[in-house]
Design a protein. Structure first.
Ligand code: SAH
Ligand code: MG
Length: 198
């Protein structure tokens, strides 16, 4: 298992796959343990790095993870099999905005880590699948330090992406249904939970 994790880190570095930072995944694994999280939904599997580590944080945890890129999906499947977690990690090859989840399943944790420009859409779509006691964790809210420094960015595409992340942060701050805590860990994380009234 440790060896596979190291292999995945090397692969990600070589192929430029943006896997989660160590401090961030450590934070999420602690959250899973502390809250006895069992049902996890991940948006954006890449090669399975975070899915495997989340599943390994609790022996009773099940992870459904969604990836739209076929090559990454295949790599993810391979890694999940290699570490023997194929009974507890279900990998779905589809655009997360097109997926139809079974409505009766609700999650303790939803981890949003796919296309940064679509964060609000993912949140609005998947909040209906979050348990009353569950949390939505989002990664990359600092986007490599660009968030909050829009004026220094020259590339139009990058600027627009950073703008979307800033809008998502405002969406979370102003949200009437959810309370959100922001953490300056790794590339920036947030934890959103239903407001008490629910
Ligand atoms: N969670 C992974 C990293 C994910 S990187 C880890 O930390 O190990 C983000 C991934 O989301 C990419 O592989 C990308 O192909 C995928 N992605 C982006 N938009 C998506 C969408 N709309 N639906 C499904 N997957 C998406
Ligand atoms: Mg990430």
């Amino acid at each position: 298992m440790k060896e596979l994790i190291l292999e995945m880190e090397d692969y990600a570095q070589e192929k430029n796959v943006p896997i989660i930072e160590k401090k961030s995944i450590a934070f999420i694994m602690k959250y899973i343990k502390d809250n006895n999280v069992k049902n996890i939904l991940e948006i954006g599997s890449a090669i399975g790095y975070s899915a495997i580590l989340m599943a390994s944080a609790n022996k009773e945890a099940f992870v459904t993870t969604i990836e739209r890129d076929e090559e990454r999906y295949m790599e993810c499947l391979k890694n999940v099999k290699k570490c023997g977690l194929d009974k507890r990690i279900n990998v779905v090859l589809q655009d997360a905005l097109d997926v139809n989840l079974r409505e009766e399943i609700k999650y303790d944790l939803i981890f949003i880590d796919a296309a940064k420009g679509q964060y609000t859409k993912f949140f609005e779509k998947y909040k209906y699948f979050l348990k009353d006691t569950g949390a939505i964790i989002t990664d990359n809210l600092k986007f490599h330090g660009y968030v909050g420094k829009k004026d220094e960015i020259e590339s139009k595409n990058l600027k627009s992406l950073v703008e979307k992340i800033e809008n998502y942060i405002d969406f979370l701050k102003d949200n009437e249904e959810f309370d959100t805590k922001f953490y300056d860990i790794g590339d920036g994380l947030s934890v959103s939970t239903w407001k008490n009234e629910k």
